[in-house]
Ligand binder design. Structure first.
Ligand code: ADP
Length: 357
């Protein structure tokens, strides 16, 4: 549905030239919710604004529904933009217009008749849950209600694509969830393709089917949300997902690993080895810890664990402690690998009684 081909964007100002986008190529399929995440300044806003040519790329092509927007003249571009709705962090409503008239605005600009406008706006207000607020003004609405108006307005011209520019960043967590649920529902009912940019990993985790991670104007990683969360390839991505899925170890454990690993000149002192197991795939529900202990006669204990759900699929991480016995650790690793569970060795720690001595 959306194809970005080698898109680049430079801004030239008094301070020199900023390369906001560097050779971005992305394919976003019809009907998917595609998240773009990155820190402030990564180029997300520039990228999403290039999709409807609010920002004209310096290089490359933007194809939406098969049409190359960068090749269209002004009149054709206006037509193509009706296929692309957009919502914003600060809603961008007109304070002098009531809810109905805010939603009606794009239709009025198109010169539609009052009855035609009513026939479109009334069901849209119902769809976003604001049927009883048509006569209200933006100042009388909560943030979540304002964004619902923004969504209804974005959908007034019947677009196939909805662009969401930090659409929940000004909302509290509960309202964020409601708006994300609404966007999902609208995607399903109206068969929309949704592109959203955010600096919050929790948002993409909640809603995106696939995602791209941006840094310094580049896409550094992309893939299915579940895969990126459970197997982040890039350090930046890893730091984004760390908090959310428990990659970070409790500080006390981190300190012990660091201190004990640094003390490697005396290997005889090792007591335990620490492994992190990622539970994904068909065997994520198997009682592997019990089986390891029983079948391999392993003295295994759990130091840290967390179970989560991403896109309806269970995902867990667990840090376990095994005796520092090379043969046993190898046996445990091959047992886990056979069940397609991903294992990572975190380091050594002394047995507490010896470490203390
Ligand atoms: P993000 O949305 O990820 O915070 P932006 O797309 O807003 O990132 O910005 C990417 C880079 O481009 C930043 O360095 C920013 O300063 C620069 N930039 C964005 N818009 C403009 C502009 N209109 N003029 C000059 N520089 C800009």
């Amino acid at each position: 549905m959306i194809d970005l081909r080698h898109v680049g964007k430079s801004f030239t100002g008094p301070q020199g030239t900023v390369e906001a986008l560097r050779d971005i190529s992305l394919h976003i399929a019809a009907g998917e919710i595609f998240g773009i995440i990155g820190r402030s300044g990564a180029g997300k806003s520039t990228l999403i604004r290039c999709i409807n040519l609010l920002e004209r790329p310096s290089r490359g092509q933007v194809l939406v529904d098969g049409r190359d927007l960068t090749a269209l003249g002004a009149a054709d571009l206006r037509g193509a933009r009706r296929e692309i709705g957009m919502i914003f962090q600060h809603f961008n409503l007109l304070s002098s217009r009531n809810v109905f008239d805010n939603v009606a605005l794009p239709l009025q600009l198109r010169g539609e008749s009052r009855p035609a406008i009513e026939a479109k706006v009334t069901p849209l207000l119902e769809l976003v849950g604001l049927a009883d607020k048509a006569e209200r003004y933006p100042a009388e609405l909560s943030g979540g209600q304002k964004q619902r108006v923004g969504i209804a307005r974005a959908l007034a011209t019947g677009p196939k694509v909805l662009l969401c520019d930090e659409a929940t960043s000004a909302l509290d967590p509960e309202t964020t969830e409601q708006i994300l649920a609404l966007i999902k529902e609208l995607r399903d009912r109206l068969k929309l393709t949704v592109v959203l940019i955010t600096h919050e990993m929790a948002v993409v985790k909640e809603i995106a089917d696939r995602l791209a991670v941006m840094e310094q104007g580049r896409v550094i990683e992309q893939g299915a949300t579940f895969d990126v969360f459970t197997r982040p390839q890039h350090d930046t991505t890893r730091s984004f997902v760390a908090d959310l899925i428990g990659f970070d170890l409790p500080p006390m454990l981190q300190r012990r690993i660091a201190a004990d690993d640094a003390d490697s000149r005396n290997p005889g002192k090792w007591g335990w080895r620490l492994l992190r197991i990622l539970f994904t795939g068909p065997h994520a529900d198997d009682p592997v810890i019990a089986e390891l202990s029983r079948n391999l006669d392993l003295d295994i204990s759990i130091l840290h664990g967390r179970i989560d759900e991403i896109q309806g699929r269970p995902f867990g991480t667990m840090v376990v402690r095994l005796p520092d016995d090379a043969a046993k650790v190898a046996a445990a690793r091959s047992y886990l690998a056979a069940r397609q569970l991903f294992v990572e060795e975190l380091g050594h720690v002394h047995r507490l009684d010896r470490a203390a001595g």
